[in-house]
Design a protein around this ligand. Structure first.
Ligand code: SAM
Length: 195
């Protein structure tokens, strides 16, 4: 790896918490700054946002399986997003899912999380050239290397004795770029075989 490739990684240290006490809530400024960063990357200050697994997040079109205090614009299971969202499409998707099945059950009383399934639903409603941002405690894998490439990682610390989070920005390729990535993968395979 080249040293210059590190330029896509950033680190923030943000205060906790937001005023409300929603379980698993993002630190102060995280939602606002992540979306700001995404709009800068896209060079589009009017980019529209889907806030998936929104909890108490405020921006864009908010989707959560829960109602009540969350009060989303659309209440649905992220694994079945396309059944419910109609023709809406987005430039940016910010997703802050539960980090494990235990967390789903214990913190929110929600169904098991299937990363492949919900990311594939998200992909269908994301414009080509758009950003899928996964906010997590693990460095989550690229949902589909034929479709996405990592353009940014932001490591976010909050307080002492707490694990940092990471927001990974996956950029969705247009059709013509898909060919390029196949070319790149094949080239890498050939290089490895030659060694
Ligand atoms: C980590 S919290 C999000 C917290 C939010 N970012 C905040 O700062 O308040 C995860 C959210 O995902 C929701 N959720 C869990 N499983 C879901 C599913 N299958 N589909 C949609 N939302 C789900 C939960 O209700 C919860 O609000």
């Amino acid at each position: 790896m080249k040293h210059s490739q590190q330029s896509k990684n950033d680190a923030w240290f943000l205060p906790r918490p937001k005023k409300h006490k929603y379980k698993g809530g993002m630190p102060k400024y995280a939602e606002e700054w992540i979306i700001k960063e995404a709009k800068i990357i896209l060079k589009n200050s009017n980019a529209n946002v889907l806030n998936l697994f929104c909890g108490m997040n405020q921006q864009g079109f908010r989707v959560d399986i829960k109602n009540g205090e969350v009060n989303p614009d659309l209440q649905c299971d992220a694994h079945e997003l396309t059944k419910h969202i109609g023709k809406r499409r987005f430039d940016i998707i910010l997703a802050d899912p539960p980090y494990s099945n235990e967390e789903s059950k214990e913190l929110y009383g929600t169904p098991k999380i299937n990363y492949k399934k919900w990311t594939s639903e998200a992909t269908k409603v994301l414009h080509n050239g758009g950003l899928l941002i996964v906010y997590h405690k693990y460095i989550m894998p690229n949902p589909d290397i034929k479709i996405y490439r990592v353009v940014k990682r932001i490591f976010i610390g909050t307080r002492t004795y707490h694990l940092p989070r990471v927001a990974i920005f996956f950029k969705k390729f247009g059709e013509q770029n898909t060919k390029n990535i196949y070319y790149y993968i094949n080239k890498r395979k050939i290089k490895r075989r030659k060694k």
